[in-house]
Design a protein around this ligand. Structure first.
Ligand SMILES: C[S@@+](CC[C@H](N)C(=O)[O-])C[C@H]1O[C@@H](n2cnc3c(N)ncnc32)[C@H](O)[C@@H]1O
Length: 404
């Protein structure tokens, strides 16, 4: 991944140096509305857990507390991670909300997480909302992996949050082992993890209503702490003067149903694609077969032919358009994910060459299991064997078939 611009935000987050990205209210609202549009009772009588949150000012807590009655919730639980565990012990400033409360404890405020719960109209104003939240310190630091938070997970019906990017895999595994419904934020790159892809393939997880640039063609933006080190063009300031960063390839993953998931992708036949495609890579060309998979290469999701019955390799940006009534996902090019579409050839006796003819010193084994095409596009490095057979690898591909 490029170490500049928008992607460097994700790299920082993935290394755990910066997990402090906060979700905007309108992003939460529009995502949750998509599930409600599909099933207005989806949250009725449910206990919702918002872990990895900062309930005093989190928009997740605000949104679900303010909409407690509209969503007909049974219980809302929100927990935070202790400042000391976040490594912000030195400059940690508790909020006035906390210091003005009789239960304020200057030790616990640093080493313990907090738990906020909402179940009933505590203040007697005849509505249940953010003013009825009750809070206390957790016994531990609020780590989602602790027994204390696991118990809350087990009590919950739906888990909703933007988990720490650096722990995305662990967080997802934590949800899946308890077999819970979830709506969480993650990055497109997560799809290629071998722990994640089988969930997508088996329709146990899918992209949410918003994924990547679907909204106004823009990436999702998150607010970050004031001391977040800015690096270039990815930064914006919110109307309230808060620092915000935009993170490419980010969106929601879920196992709750929504309408977009059932929309059929309008497609042209193969012949019409070749005649009319807007992509120069498709127009006037034959669809290519891979050198090492029994499948054809589809470089763009909108170039999937409506009348091809075999296996097709599509970009991972296909996933937000995936409708399980229209397609079957058979696998992906990454290791351990293509049992149903096995690679038919290895490249250990090939070597890698730059466009200027120089050998890189790498063996062709490097391109094993990639989606390889018999071509030299004049741009990328290629792999060649002693018979002069040349291949180049396409980007990561997902193998799909039309559902007939
Ligand atoms: C990406 S932020 C999102 C915060 C909030 N949910 C939001 O979207 O506004 C993830 C939060 O998880 C916290 N965190 C990091 N590691 C954690 C862990 N092991 N258990 C619980 N929370 C953790 C981070 O400190 C950070 O506040």
């Amino acid at each position: 991944m490029a170490e500049n611009g928008k992607n460097s935000n994700l790299s920082k987050a993935k290394t755990g140096k910066n997990d402090e990205f906060y979700t905007q209210y309108h992003d939460i609202e529009s995502e949750i509305n998509a599930y409600l549009e599909y099933d207005q009772n989806v949250f009725e009588n449910k206990t919702i857990l918002l872990p990895c949150d900062d309930p005093e000012w989190s928009n997740f807590t605000k949104f679900f507390a303010q909409n407690f009655e509209r969503l007909k919730l049974k219980k809302l639980i929100s927990t935070s991670f202790a400042p000391e565990s976040k490594n912000i012990k030195v400059n940690y400033q508790p909020t006035l909300f906390e210091t003005n409360n009789p239960q304020f404890d200057k030790n616990k405020t640093i080493v313990n997480g907090k738990i906020f719960t909402l179940t009933h109209d505590k203040n007697g104003d005849k509505k249940i909302d953010v003013n009825d939240l009750e809070w206390t310190y957790l016994k531990g630091d609020g780590d989602f992996r602790s027994e204390e938070i696991k118990k809350l997970r087990d009590e919950a019906d739906v888990i909703i949050t933007n988990p720490p990017f650096s722990l995305f895999r662990d967080f997802l595994a934590w949800i899946v082992e308890a077999n819970k419904k979830f709506v969480i934020i993650g990055n497109m790159n997560a799809i290629t993890y071998k722990e994640v892809f089988p969930l997508i393939q088996n329709n146990k997880m899918w992209t949410g209503s918003r994924f990547n640039k679907r909204l106004n063609g823009k990436n999702m933006t998150f607010t970050v702490p004031d001391d977040y080190a800015l690096s270039g063009t990815e930064v914006e300031m919110s109307a309230e003067g808060k620092k915000m960063v935009s993170v490419a390839g980010t969106g929601w993953f879920t196992n709750l149903d929504h309408g977009i998931r059932h929309q059929f992708l309008p497609l042209m036949t193969m012949a019409d694609n070749i005649k009319f495609s807007k992509h120069k890579e498709v127009k006037g060309k034959e669809y290519q077969k891979y050198d090492n998979y029994d499948a054809i290469e589809i470089p763009f999701t909108d170039a999937i032919p409506s009348d091809y019955n075999g296996v097709m390799g599509v970009p991972i940006s296909f996933l937000p358009k995936y409708n399980p009534e229209q397609f079957i996902i058979l696998g992906a090019t990454q290791r351990g994910c293509h049992d149903k579409v096995p690679d038919t050839k290895k490249y250990d006796d090939y070597w890698e060459v730059k466009q200027n003819g120089e050998k890189t010193g790498s063996s062709g084994g490097k391109t094993n299991e990639n989606a390889n095409l018999t071509e030299n596009d004049g741009k990328k490095n290629y792999f060649i064997n002693k018979e002069g057979h040349i291949v180049q690898s396409a980007y990561q591909r997902i193998f799909i078939k039309h559902k007939k």
